[in-house]
Write a protein that binds this ligand. Structure first.
Ligand code: NCD
Length: 339
């Protein structure tokens, strides 16, 4: 696996802003794919995220990124990713240019992605990008002088979500501490729903592939994991199984990761309608699961998890959201040279 490196020969500033650490491992790097993260990097990210959580608990907001500016460029809808990046930046004393409604920006006049990126980096120190096209974040990083953080590129990847998902699994199941590091060995993780189009599942399964875990992929037959991704995962140590029913694996699962059927990726509305409630998790389902199992979901949910699951302590999805802010604080501090 190779780490993402910015293209050779791109112009970089010889003047480091005051206080930036050029030796910080992620300084100036874009975050495009989870393939950039080796197991040792995960310990590092989680260590910083852990510190962020402590600091927020103790003081709420602090000045680590004071004077830094983030551009939040979203070509697709978002609630959690956009607002948690904004909260993360503001908790660290930085500020944000939010561009959520690209139809009110020059994008609606036909401006290209590279031009929009090269514009925003004139003003901001880092750009968070969500785009409907797979590969858009890599395309942006290829022209940018500042770090690009992929907040979802079509059906491609969603690396920051996968990092916060992994952090949540580790924290919830007692598999991470700053002293001992991360160890998920022996866990069974069941990923359920739209595995074909769900970019969060694509990134999370890539992160888990080199670990000693079992991955169950449960979906309707038409929404299975992409074949190329299954081939890629087969090069790792994780044992994988594909199924079209949850029951055979539910009782043995430590994590049930539920996803929404991705309506916006379907050309055939009738097909979406026939699949959207293929799996529904409710209180009854959980009676067949372990007491220690956690239920996760990247959200939004649109019927796959009934509201009657929410009071169950195993429902981890709101805690998962909170973790998102700590992990994104860590990533921002890292790429901006303060961690
Ligand atoms: C996910 C996404 O955008 O891929 N949402 C998120 O970022 N938390 C999942 C989804 O939209 O279903």
């Amino acid at each position: 696996m190779t780490s993402y490196r910015p293209p050779e020969g791109r112009p970089t500033s010889p003047h480091l802003p005051f206080g930036d650490r050029r030796d910080a491992p992620w300084y100036g790097q874009s975050i495009i794919s989870v393939r950039q993260f080796q197991p040792a990097d995960l310990d590092y990210v989680f260590g910083v995220a852990h510190e962020m959580r402590e600091m927020v608990g103790r003081v709420g907001t602090f000045d680590l990124l004071k004077g830094k500016l983030l551009a939040n460029l979203f070509y697709e809808p978002s609630t959690r990713t956009a607002s948690s990046f904004m909260a993360a930046m503001q908790r660290l004393g930085g500020t944000v240019i939010p561009i959520n409604e690209v139809r009110y920006s020059s994008v609606s006049k036909g401006e290209s992605l590279p031009d929009t990126i090269r514009t925003l980096e004139c003003y901001a120190d880092c750009i968070v990008l969500r785009h409907p096209q797979m590969g858009a974040a890599a395309e942006a990083a290829a022209v940018a002088r500042k770090p690009i953080i992929n907040a979802g590129d079509g059906v491609g990847e969603h690396p920051t979500q996968a990092l916060l998902d992994l952090f949540t699994i580790a924290i919830e199941l007692g598999r991470y501490s700053p002293r001992t590091g991360l160890d998920l060995s022996g866990l069974t993780i069941t990923l359920l729903g739209d595995l074909k189009y769900g970019r969060t599942v694509h990134s999370l399964s890539r992160l888990l592939a080199p670990m000693d875990v079992r991955l169950n992929f449960v979906s309707p037959p038409t929404l299975r994991m992409p074949e190329h991704l299954m081939t890629e995962l087969a090069t790792g140590t994780a044992r994988t199984t594909e199924l079209d029913a949850l029951d055979p694996v539910l009782a043995d699962s430590d994590v049930l990761y539920v996803t929404r059927v991705q309506k916006e990726r379907f050309e055939d509305v009738a097909l979406y309608e026939s699949l959207k409630h293929a799996f529904v998790i409710d209180r009854q389902t959980l009676t067949r699961a372990r007491d220690t199992m956690i239920v996760m979901h990247p959200f939004p949910r649109v019927g796959e998890i009934a509201y009657d699951v929410d009071p169950d302590p195993r429902a981890a999805y709101f805690r998962q959201m909170e973790n998102g802010m700590y992990v994104r604080m860590a990533l921002l501090a890292m790429v901006l040279g303060k961690a």
